[in-house]
Design a protein around this ligand. Structure first.
Ligand code: TXA
Ligand code: MG
Length: 319
């Protein structure tokens, strides 16, 4: 068991975690979205350890975490659109894909061969304190083994990555609960690569109507592979009724009866609350005694876009 790696995210352990990062180690830490598996983004060996720990395909680039737009400007070219978006939504759950600066100190492994970098300033005291104390950009994918659902508690991280991580900072459950929204600003037209914790409607108030990446553009965000976010039980989406051998992931007030076990993402029908509960509830229901996890329909607005995206990927992985 790796329980001893889990430490409270107090000042002393944040300082220790920063030393671990500066020495090339791996630190799992909470952000407002999900727990990240962090390494010094300017250290090739440390970044390589992330891929090894996650058993992650090498072509999948990582998000770089910084304190603010000034720190980002050392690594990527910030245009007016990026400046406007960052000043409005950072710190927060928005990752911007921007052209990499030739003089950037980032490990080339971070962008996995692309000439762009996905970068964001996370919200949350622990993440910000850790970045400040480390005084380096921190590369951090979600702190789970590749293909598993993202962790929203320190316990999920310990279960998934165990001994592969040097220290896990426990800052409690992540308030947003789904990964950041990824917006590609490297071309003329902004492209939504991944719906996430910042609602698309909010982004559109600033950049206007957004184009969603089509299937043919998956290569622009190689992490968006079908086999991602998958629990081990089959998922049955848009369920309006449930069988006795199924677990039910419900949404809203009107819940069909008869499930072997049921959890409700949001009894009040709030997509933001549902996002915060999504991964933890999927994990709780992902047990061999259930034939499947039936998931009720989630509305396609607010964080419902991100929830449905993750659910479709999880369901598609085995069909
Ligand atoms: O909320 C989050 O974004 C969490 C926390 C820890 O910050 N991180 C996270 O990272 O979800 P990860 O590695 O699991 O997902 C990163 C996504 C992937 O879909 C990846 O393909 C995409 O961002 N990405 C990263 N760099 C990219 C780039 N240069 N161009 C296009 N897509 C990129
Ligand atoms: Mg991930």
């Amino acid at each position: 068991m790796s329980g001893q790696r889990v430490q409270p995210a107090d000042d002393a352990h944040v300082a220790e975690a920063a030393r671990v990062l500066r020495a090339g180690g791996l630190v799992a830490f909470p952000t407002e979205t999900v727990y990240g598996l962090g390494a010094d983004a300017s250290n090739d060996d440390a970044v390589a350890r992330i891929f090894a720990a996650k058993a992650r395909p090498k072509f999948n680039p990582l998000i770089v975490h910084v304190l603010d737009i000034d720190a980002a400007a050392a690594h990527v070219r910030i245009d007016d659109r990026a400046r406007t978006l960052a000043s409005r939504f950072w710190p927060g759950p928005l990752s911007l894909v921007l052209p990499r600066r030739e003089d950037s100190a980032l490990s080339l492994l971070v962008s996995a061969g692309l000439d762009t970098v996905a970068i964001r300033a996370p919200r949350g005291d622990v993440a910000q304190a850790l970045i400040a104390a480390t005084d380096r950009p921190i590369a951090a994918p979600s702190a789970n083994r590749s293909g598993e659902v993202s962790p929203t508690t320190a316990e999920h991280v310990a279960d998934s990555l165990g001994d592969a991580v040097d220290i896990i900072l426990d800052g409690g459950p992540c308030p947003v609960g789904v990964e950041s929204t990824v917006l590609d600003l490297s071309g003329e037209v902004p492209v939504l690569l991944r719906p996430g914790g910042l609602a698309v409607e909010e982004l559109e108030t600033v950049v206007g109507p957004l184009r969603r990446a089509g299937e043919g553009e998956v290569a622009r965000s190689p992490g968006m592979l079908a086999r991602h976010y998958a629990p081990s039980r089959p998922l049955r989406l848009d369920a309006r009724a449930v069988r006795a051998d199924e677990a039910l992931l419900a949404f809203g007030v009107e819940v069909p009866a008869g499930a072997a076990e049921a959890l409700n993402l949001s009894p009040s029908g709030d997509t933001t609350e549902a996002a915060a509960n999504l991964f933890a509830m999927l994990r709780t229901l992902d047990r061999p005694e259930f034939a499947a996890i039936a998931v009720m329909p989630i509305p396609e607005h607010g964080l419902g876009l991100a929830i449905n995206d993750r659910l479709r990927r999880a369901a598609g992985a085995r069909s």
